[in-house]
Design a protein around this ligand. Sequence first.
Ligand SMILES: [Zn+2]
Length: 423
Amino acid sequence: MPTLLIKNAVLNGEPVNIFCENGLISAIDTGDHPADETLDANGMIAFPPLINAHTHSSMTLFRGNGDDLPLMEWLTQRVWPYERSISRDEIYWGAKLAIVEMIRSGTVFFNDMYWDFHAVAEAVEEMGVRASLASVMIDFTDDASARQRQFDRIEREYEQLNRYSDRVTFALGPHAKYTVSEESFRWAADFCKRYNVILHTHLSETEKEVKDCIAEHGCTQVEYFHRIGVLETRFVAAHCVWLNDRDIALLGEHGVVCAHNPTSNMKLAVNGVYPYKKLRDSGAITAIATDGAGSNNNLDLFEEMKIAALLQKFDKDDTTELNANEVLDMATDNPSSFFGLGGRKLEVGRQADLILLNPYLPEMNPPHDLASHLVYSANGSVVDSVICDGRVLMKHREIEGMDEIIANANEAARNMFARVDDA
Ligand SMILES: [Zn+2]
């Protein structure tokens, strides 16, 4: 693996050179280390990359198609009919478009849930980022033999993980309580415990799904998952909006990672607010996330951080709720060890993943408080360069092959919509 020297960066206010070898940061000092590649940071601020804890990468293809519709109308008329026939190639180009967008806004790890594990894994490999990719399960219309075929497909995908580098990790993604049977959820929990892999699902996003669960099982979704063994897995639960105090205590007891998607929650009018403080105090881990581009509509975590902070302040009628440093932790420190990543501190021995932030832009000045600027003033365009695993993925805003990726993703979207619309 080639070595990389990042010269003239600024870390904690001090000028430094950062030397990367074998995928790790091996020196942070003012020394001149001979390296295969040198990146002149030109006074840019070195910062850890951001972590996107819940997205559906290839849904970039659905961006801006079906906004402002009622939730069920959007899903049943603008998403599901097209997803039924989406091809592997279309998923691949959608994922590449998502990854380019994430790199440009400082994200090099995402926790994904989308069809065709291998199509997204190839995109991750080629783009040089990291991801936890969920093999998706949906079985609400399946009979027993279709269910068994799905279990077999997942076992096979898990066995094929060795095709990829360690930047790709395997997760299991039973989609949600309302699309996956109890039998399959129990199978998923067993599978995840057997192989120690992450179980990633949607949880308590809308009031209706929680009420439906109570009507069917006499308990909330969290209690239902507790009963059938899901909380004992390495569990990432996306949304977590409609929770009672007992649910919050259970999520805390089990150290669940709760992926908070404030933009998507507001855009889809879920009519509730993520109970951040109660979840934090219970011991649950809050991680920030964009959700898919169909319901966001971008993948910029800087924007997401600002919206998260504003939503808590507005909801609690209290300006002191969710300060800038806590929001930055949601995108860095909080979920880092769960996903096997470095946290908010850049130090020797950590994975050579980092971003360079441009301090010369108007929105970054006067330089009173970096955390405040990153959450309240900046957006993803302050990211100048991106390094992952000791490789430069974006150099001074340039990503190799970006125009071709955009063109191919546009064609994939055109084909996907035309196939159904013209049928
Ligand atoms: Zn989602």
